[in-house]
Design a protein around this ligand. Sequence first.
Ligand code: THU
Length: 168
Amino acid sequence: IDLTSPMKQACFQLHYHILTPGIDVLPEADARLIEAAKAATQTSYAPYSNFCVGAAVLLENGETVCGSNQENAAYPAGTCAERTAIHYANAQFPGVRPLAIAVAARKASENGFLEQPISPCGVCRQVMIETQARFGKNLRVLLYGEKAIFELETASVLLPFQFDSASL
Ligand code: THU
């Protein structure tokens, strides 16, 4: 390391688990949450992308709240499954902490789900971060793919350099 240099290097270490789907790879509660996310893809309204996404949020009170992507002819007006589920959960059960969110996706034209884990968009990552900040605890994230499941102990893994209320 050149200590005289005005430019320092920094890096993030982001940890997550890569699980191979199969029997007993996940605790029962996680497996159930993923099944709920998969089922929620059936409620997707995606006539424009034909890309059906489902999300399921497990709350501290034991409730599971699901959401799916809801598209619009004015494209940006649509919402992703993750935000639908998180905001719906907060609206249904204000003040109850979401413990985990599972996300799954499939193409309407194909059988089965995406092989690789679905990757939430930046806006949904920001909403997950707000949920963590709001309740002062981690939100676990389960990103489902038929060939791999990513298990994140915190949504922070999804959003380094996150913007939060401390900046305001
Ligand atoms: N979408 C989600 O709902 N969640 C994601 O993680 C990625 C993308 C939706 C938005 C849009 O309705 C469709 O998938 C294609 O981008």
